[in-house]
Write a protein that binds this ligand. Sequence first.
Ligand code: OXD
Ligand code: MN
Length: 607
Amino acid sequence: MELPVRVKESYEVNNEKLGRWIRDVAEMCQPDAIRWCDGSPGEYDRLMSDMVRRGTATPLAKRPNSFLFRSDPSDVARVEDRTFISCITYDEVGPTNNWINCDDLRRTMTELYRGCMHGRTMYVIPFSMGPLNSPMAKISIQVTDSPYVVCSMHIMTRVSPKVLEALGADGDFIKCLHSVGAPLAPGEEDALWPCAPIEQKYISHFPHDDEIWSYGSGYGGNALLGKKSLGLRIASAMARREGWMAEHMLILELELPGGELHYVAAAFPSACGKTNLAMLVSPLEHKGYKVRTIGDDIAWLRPGPDGRLWAVNPEAGFFGVVPGTGPETNPNAMATIRTNTIFTNVAVTRDGIPWWEGKDKKPPKDLLDWQGRPWNGTDKAAHPNSRFTVQARQCPSISPKWEDPQGVPLSALVFGGRRARLAPLVFEARDWEHGVFVAATMGSETTAAATGNVGVVRRDPMAMLPFCGYNMGDYFGHWLRMGQALESPPRIFHVNWFRQGQDGRFLWPGFGQNLRVLLWMIDRIKGKAGAVDTPIGKVPRPEDLNLEGLNVPDSDMKALLAVDREEWAAEVPEIRAFFDRFGERLPPPLSHSLDALAQRLGVTATA
Ligand code: OXD
Ligand code: MN
């Protein structure tokens, strides 16, 4: 069939599958125009100027080339309830994912997509996750009707005509289809943040087809499909097929005095400090301990020919939570977002200075809140899930290795949650299998990164609960198998920066001081640091940590490292109940690890 508008604009599309897909999508969505994106600064500037003219974007003062966007109040976070992994059978996606049979879901969404781009331009974005010259790179095409998404994809991924060259005439690509789901009638004025009502929002993944269909939201992980949808959900399913892993992890580089380098990847649930840890400023820099950033959210891991696990950051930018980012908590992030940054849902002064809780001690006068209303001084001025979008290369702590096509070899994997009680500051798993058990059973209090209740403890295995593209029972099995494929696997640790005293005070200063915990890990790996064996794993004594110059009272240190048998015993039936949800898909070694934990704690392992 003939297209309603020209498909080819700036370059030839000689990949037949791509041409056909774009034609089919255009026929279904019926945009007024189609534009192929080239990822150039000129394209970014043109789209941004257009959004400023229409009032969607506001230029910020004193921050060159930076803009404020305000989303619709109904569209402020990932919508986990409306996120689907769609295969033929429920068993393939398992109990922790939302499932709809793929044919049914495609039928429902096709009806929504029909004519959904009326009055809008359809942008075609060729992008790569991972440096294009990396063996880990994945080529993808996102179609979207949101210019905000195009600009964000410029920052977060590698958008370039070179991607089409790499695709060639018959290469395969991951299909990412996105629409804000708000067609315009002729002459109808557009909303400042068009989106669809919640019951029409769908973030759907078809792992068998390497395809994503997102409808109705323009925000973050719902709409920037390279990130959670491709980088984690589709990638995790591909990784299982291909023998690698896609994980919700930051990657950092740790330099020791004398220049020895170690790489650490760490998985924490959303809004639990991955960006802060990745950009940590070393309090022991004068002693030669430095930290540099490789990535802050996603790690693609594969066994290297040397038997170690190698990590690549597939993203090109940071989509970070703004509140809580300040000169003390994360000076590197503050420096990163001084220019060329998109801010979404922060507060702003009347003269255009952005503001958020945690930026500085006192809010300025005359503040407009994230919805543009005069701030009432009581509610949050910035939305708790307000975000910055900025290129990684702007980060002062970025490592020269961050775009290495081979990635970096990992010394340690770290898992952690937000737990007011229970989990000590740090402990080490006995071996890979026990580490997989520790990671599979980690719990964390929920945050504002997803819609729903905040502060409720939920099991979030490997921080992947919302991001695993297949049955998590099988995912645990894949983790166990990967360990067997590694001759020198990274050591596995668990941390909790958020433990509180009886008085509700955080016991650990966190942020830069987390370096001391990383140093203990490296010393453990080198056989240089002590630890006590406890039922949950190996825990340092205060004297095993480098606490030089740090002012944490002895009683707090003791409380931070305490393992309370009764509290842990209470976890056992909860873990058992969680495991039971996977039925026969639960790998037996995990069940055995639970039995062994119960035995060490002196309790029985039944629910
Ligand atoms: C994110 C998230 O945006 O985890 O990184 O929600
Ligand atoms: Mn994340």
